[in-house]
Design a protein around this ligand. Structure first.
Ligand SMILES: *Cc1c(COP(=O)(O)O)cnc(C)c1O
Length: 416
């Protein structure tokens, strides 16, 4: 690294080198998983007979858009599901999850969330707290919840009891959002799914898989009935400029496609304009890009720990997603850290982020994001609500080298 390019203190430079030594076994494990996922991807492209004609733009109704159909097949193979619906028409991860929920739930059904309170943006969708018009609740869909245990782990006994009510859906959120509970790994997801299927075979197990794609060896499609995620996170590889995916059992994916477009037309319509090539390219690169983000997270944890801060997860803990939280202890450090990340970004590096009153939050939040795609969080980004426990949540980096450097620069600023 060129000494003068980035503001990294001598102490952090040394910590950086020590961290690299520390995380060798984790880096090797990430390489092992990536090798498998990347070759599985190549095979999926070959099985689906991807050809250049898949990239041809369609307009209007988009009938017979071959690329769209082929991409669906690739996701189904990667996620080990019967079917998939991959579309640029999904405006966000929340929209994708919303289409899945409205796609399969009907008035009188119960959605049972078994991982505590779901991600903030879903509260309005479900109809939690403040009444929001158009919510599932307004359409007569009941919501029940099994909280996580005090230590943040899954309450299997609580789930067992709640399954007595034979809910239509068991809903699992893999990633942690702005909390410090452990991320679920495949092990817990499988346990919940198997328990549900054995006690209540008609219950649909649905997974919010955001940030979890290609992090572990196995894909959750083996266990869950339906899952959804965002293409501006892991599976779009930093190239897909928008979109989301739903994957799972064929009948359920079809029901979701009826909700996205119309009953009857489902997957058959929705033109792709000129976006297919980017959707394919991003999808293809996703295992590799996810690995860069994961390595950055593991390095961040190690460097933070060596700097005297608590990291969650710790560098050597098992991971089910690409999110890394660092407990910096006070407001000033959070601000400095996020400003350091921003200054190390490829886009808007000259911008100095400030805390602001973000709608829906009860404290100020500071965010660092210098990304090619607005809101993309497979690119390096960091958010910190300025409140207890004074932690920053960071994720991404298209490249480990730059992610690592951003980390050291941010920690140098924290040091003062
Ligand atoms: C990102 C995310 C979502 C969807 O978020 P959008 O900002 O709408 O893309 C939902 N659940 C979890 C756990 C997430 O991390």
């Amino acid at each position: 690294m060129k000494e003068k390019w980035f503001d990294i203190s001598p102490r952090l430079r040394a910590i950086g080198e020590e961290a690299m030594e520390m995380i060798r076994p984790q880096l090797a494990e990430i390489e092992r998983i990536t090798q498998y996922q990347q070759l599985k991807m190549l095979k999926a492209f070959q099985h689906a007979n991807v050809s250049e004609s898949c990239f041809a733009p369609s307009t209007g109704y988009g009938y017979g858009d071959r690329g769209r159909e082929v991409l669906d097949r690739i996701y189904a193979e990667m996620l080990d599901t019967e079917d998939a619906l991959v579309r640029q028409h999904f405006a966000s991860g929340t929209h994708t999850l919303t289409v899945a929920l409205f796609g399969v739930l009907r008035p009188g059904d119960t959605m049972l969330c078994v991982t505590g309170t779901p991600y903030d943006t879903l509260h309005g969708v479900i109809g939690l707290g403040k009444e929001s018009s158009g919510s599932l609740k307004e359409f007569g869909i009941r919501y029940e919840q099994v909280d996580l245990r005090k230590d943040g782990t899954v309450d299997l006994e609580g789930i067992r009891q709640a399954l007595g009510g034979k809910p239509k859906m068991v809903y699992i959120q893999r990633s942690r959002g702005y909390s410090l509970r452990p991320t679920l790994t495949n092990r817990e997801i499988r346990e919940i799914a198997e328990l549900t299927h054995s006690l209540s075979p008609d219950t649909i197990v649905m997974l919010d898989n955001c940030y979890g794609e290609y992090v572990e060896m196995e894909a959750p499609g083996k266990w869950v009935d339906l899952m959804a995620g965002s293409l501006i996170k892991n599976p779009g590889g930093g190239i897909a400029p928008t979109g989301g995916y739903i994957a799972g059992r064929h009948d359920l994916v079809e029901a979701c496609s009826y909700r996205l477009t119309t009953p009857g037309t489902g997957k058959e319509i929705g033109c792709t304009l000129g976006l297919n090539r980017e959707m394919f390219l991003g999808t293809y690169l996703a295992p590799m890009v996810t690995a860069e983000a994961l390595k950055t997270a593991v390095f961040a944890a190690a460097a933070a720990q060596l700097s005297g801060f608590e990291a969650s997860p710790r560098f050597d803990e098992p991971r089910g997603d690409i999110i890394q939280a660092i407990l910096l202890g006070n407001e000033e450090r959070l601000i400095r850290f996020c400003q350091g990340i921003q200054a190390a970004s490829p886009i808007d590096s000259f911008v100095v982020p400030e805390p602001w009153d973000m709608p829906g939050y009860d404290s100020k939040v500071i965010m660092a994001a210098g990304a090619f795609t607005l809101g993309s969080s497979i690119e390096l980004s960091a958010d910190a609500p300025l409140r207890e426990p004074f932690a920053v949540w960071m994720q991404g980096s298209l490249s480990f080298v730059t992610g690592k450097t951003a980390m050291l620069q941010a920690l140098s600023r924290v040091e003062g």
